[in-house]
Each structure stands twice: as structure tokens, then as C-alpha cells.
Design a protein around this ligand. Structure first.
Ligand code: DGI
Ligand code: FE
Ligand code: FE
Length: 404
């Protein structure tokens, strides 16, 4: 039996790691492959603001899914003190006394192995595997392999193939800029986004793909339209455009769910629906959508709030909240309604006036259908009417009125 072992910080585990292991698996055909995240790497301190070891272990387990016969091991994370490879190999040797342990390493590790803790133990318990052409250092690698064989009786496999060189450091820098996804498996990326590790913000192409999967196909065009309008309004009003896009992409993410499912989801998130929401579960999708977006897509609080208040609005909304509230109502695919053009125009002239008009027209619409008016809609309208008065502006007049 042969066991391939690959250790590292896995902060985060990326395609470079996975490709290296895949190449080694192909060459060495191990019966089992272990990815072992290190607790405290003896050679380098973990980067500042790094996720908890549990997160690194979970990400490593997700990365391992990309490789048949591969699993993540928590043995180093469970051990006290620094993660010495010699200790790990001793432990594995006890567990699998008849197995050949093969320790896969990068060039730098091979070249420095004599400075490690107990190098004789490492080379006594395990064979080493290294890539022949990593970083164009073929000469150094083959010389070191020969030296280790002679001096320590080491078994060294020199593997063909050039590993993908991406660094976790670079990926950590890309993630807050909505980039870096191409260096990670989808499972690892989704995990990072969900838990907001490394200050990551979702890549919007990825987010659209994921979010649209929750929608009825007929709603996708509305969500696209809402995003486009939210972006235009964000540019107009000096709000971070991608924040507006992110909120818009997710604003109706739970809309498809019927009443009973809405109520179940609300309960799951500890949301207690009010009287109006219980009666008209249509209203709940804003509340459950916000909680769902925070849970699954790790949205920040400002974005969560923009989703939360997109249906009724609320007094004192942030510009981002106003933008999503309006974009939803005036996106270019909306079926025409009497005040639509007036709200569209106002949205680019005075956000408060547009919100007041939009809330006013919702009140009319809801009343005309005999539905109960949610107090938040009424409060929104009142608040913005007062705000307009206070700044000496008058509410937008619509021909006839805002009724259908
Ligand atoms: O989700 P969308 O259809 O894109 O738009 P939305 O989130 O604004 O939801 C519109 C629905 O919400 C529509 O069916 C009317 C309902 N609604 C909005 N404000 C109120 C309301 N329903 C009641 N009962 N009371 C309200 O104040
Ligand atoms: Fe909605
Ligand atoms: Fe909507």
C-alpha cells in the first residue's frame, strides 16, 4: 500500500496544489492521498487575518473532492505545537506500518530539507516526491536528489511535469477585488464567499450563475434589468457600482418559494414574520432573501439591508437601499404602470422624491387590490414626504394621480 502525503498551510488550497497532487497521483498511483493542513508551519508564520484552522481544514476537504481517493486530514491541526513533518510521518507510520509513505514537496522544500526538524526521520520513514522542472531549477533538483539518496539513503521520486505556479498570497490579494476565482475549485470558492474569508467579495459572473439558479426562468430578465438599472443609479449617485449590482443580483433570490417554504425559511433564520407578512407571504421574500444572501453568499450588512428593504422601503434608507428599492420598480423590463416614467425620471434627479413617489404608488397599488398595507411602506412614504418638505422640495406630481 502506498500513501501520498501533501502538507501545507492551504490558506487557501488552490488549483496549483490540486494539479500538483493530480500529477503525482498519476505518476505514483497511490492507494490513498492525504492533504494535511499544518497548524503552525515551522517555516513561515500564517498571514495576518487568516481564517481559523477549522476553515482551512474545511476548504482542504473541499479541494480534496477534486482528486479521487484523496482526503483531508486534521492530524496536524489536532496536535499541540508546531507541525513537524517528522511527527506527522511517525504518526502515519504507526497507523499504516506496512504502507510506503510518499511525501510530496515543492522544490524549495527539497532543497532545504536538511535544515528541517529531524530530516533523517523524515527520509527514513517516507520517500520524497518532487517535480523535476519546477521554476526551471532542474539542475539543482537532480543534484539535491542525488545528494539525499547518497547521504540519507532517501528514496526520491523525480516527477515529470511542471506544476502550476500560483501563490496563496496572490489569491488572498485578489479575492477582495472580486477576482481569483479561476485559481480555486468551485467548492472552495463558494466556501470562501459564504464565510467571507480573506475579505472576499463575490465575482459577479459567478454570483449571477449561482443566484439565477434559484429563480424561476421568467424572473431572470427582471433581475438582469434590476442590476442594469441599479448600476446606472449607482453611477449617478456615487455609490459603489458593484455593491449595487451584488444587491440587485440577489434581491429576489427567494422569490420563487411559496408561502409555506417562505415561513419555514424564516423560521430557520430566526425571523418572526409580522401580521402582514403572515397574511401576504409575498412580502417575506425580502426578509428571507436578505438572510439567505448573508448565509449563502456572505453579503455585507449594507447589501443585506438593501435586499431586506427592497419591497417596502424604510425611513432613512442608505443611498444603496434607495437604489435597489427603485431599480426593482423601474428596471427597463417592468410592465408599464402610470407612475413608471415619472419615477424613472425622478430617480436620476432626486432619489428622495423618487422613493416617495414609488412608495406612494405602491400604497395605491396595494389598496386598489384590497391587500393590507404594510406599515413599513406607509412609513417610508411619510418619511420621504417629510424629508422633501424639510428640504423645500415638492413631491412629484403625476398626471391624474399615481393610480392604475
Ligand atoms: O419582487 P418583485 O415582484 O420584483 O417586487 P417587490 O419586491 O416590490 O414585490 C412586489 C410585491 O410586494 C407586490 O405583489 C406587492 C407587494 N407589496 C409591496 N408593498 C406592499 C405589498 N403588499 C402588501 N400587502 N403591502 C404592502 O405595503
Ligand atoms: Fe422583490
Ligand atoms: Fe424584484
Amino acid at each position: 500500500m502506498r500513501i501520498l502525503i501533501y502538507g501545507g498551510s492551504f490558506n487557501p488550497p488552490h488549483l496549483g496544489h490540486i494539479r500538483s497532487v493530480q500529477t503525482a497521483v498519476k505518476a505514483l498511483a497511490p492507494d490513498k492521498t492525504l492533504l494535511i493542513p499544518a497548524a503552525i508551519p515551522p517555516h513561515k508564520r500564517l498571514a495576518q487575518g487568516s481564517p481559523e484552522p477549522e476553515h482551512r481544514l474545511a476548504m482542504t476537504a473541499l479541494a480534496a473532492e477534486a482528486i479521487p481517493g484523496c482526503e483531508a486530514s486534521d492530524m496536524e491541526l489536532r496536535r499541540e505545537g508546531p507541525s513537524y513533518t517528522s511527527d506527522t510521518l511517525r504518526q502515519l507510520h504507526e497507523l499504516y506500518p506496512d504502507a510506503e509513505l510518499v511525501f510530496l514537496m515543492g522544490t524549495d522544500m527539497l532543497l532545504s530539507i536538511e535544515t528541517w526538524h529531524e530530516p533523517e526521520t523524515i527520509m527514513g520513514l517516507a520517500s520524497l516526491a518532487v517535480f523535476a522542472r519546477e521554476a526551471g531549477r532542474e539542475g539543482e533538483i537532480s543534484a539535491q536528489a542525488a545528494h539525499l539518496r547518497e547521504r540519507y539513503g532517501a528514496a526520491v521520486y523525480v516527477l515529470e511535469g511542471t506544476p502550476v505556479t500560483v501563490s496563496s498570497t496572490e489569491i488572498r490579494e485578489l479575492l477582495p477585488q472580486r477576482q481569483g476565482r479561476e485559481y480555486l475549485t468551485d467548492g472552495v470558492y463558494a466556501y470562501i464567499i459564504r464565510h467571507r474569508l480573506y475579505g472576499a467579495r463575490p465575482d459577479l459572473d459567478w454570483l449571477r450563475e449561482k443566484a439565477y439558479a434559484y429563480l424561476k426562468p421568467t424572473r431572470v430578465e427582471h433581475v438582469r434589468g434590476t442590476e442594469a438599472m441599479a448600476r446606472r443609479l449607482a453611477v449617478r449617485w456615487g455609490v459603489e457600482e458593484t455593491d449595487a449590482a451584488e444587491a440587485a443580483i440577489l434581491h429576489d433570490v427567494t422569490k420563487k418559494m411559496a408561502g409555506p417554504d417562505q415561513l419555514r425559511l424564516a423560521e430557520k433564520y430566526g425571523i418572526i414574520p409580522d401580521t402582514w407578512e403572515r397574511e401576504n407571504t409575498e412580502l417575506l421574500h425580502a426578509v428571507t432573501g436578505a438572510a439567505f444572501a448573508a448565509d449563502i453568499f456572505g453579503v455585507s450588512e449594507p447589501i443585506e439591508n438593501a435586499i431586506r428593504w427592497h419591497t417596502t422601503g424604510r425611513p432613512g434608507m442608505t443611498a444603496l437601499e434607495q437604489i435597489v428599492f427603485l431599480a426593482d420598480a423601474i428596471e427597463m423590463g417592468r410592465k408599464p404602470y402610470p407612475a413608471l416614467e415619472a419615477i424613472r425620471k425622478a430617480a436620476f434627479e432626486d432619489l428622495d422624491a423618487a422613493v416617495e413617489l414609488c412608495a406612494r404608488r405602491t400604497l395605491d397599488y396595494v389598496a386598489a387590490r384590497g391587500l393590507p398595507i404594510h406599515p413599513d411602506t406607509a412609513r417610508t412614504r411619510d418619511h420621504y414626504l417629510k424629508k422633501l418638505e424639510d428640504k423645500g422640495a415638492s413631491p412629484v406630481q403625476v398626471d391624474g394621480d399615481a393610480n392604475e
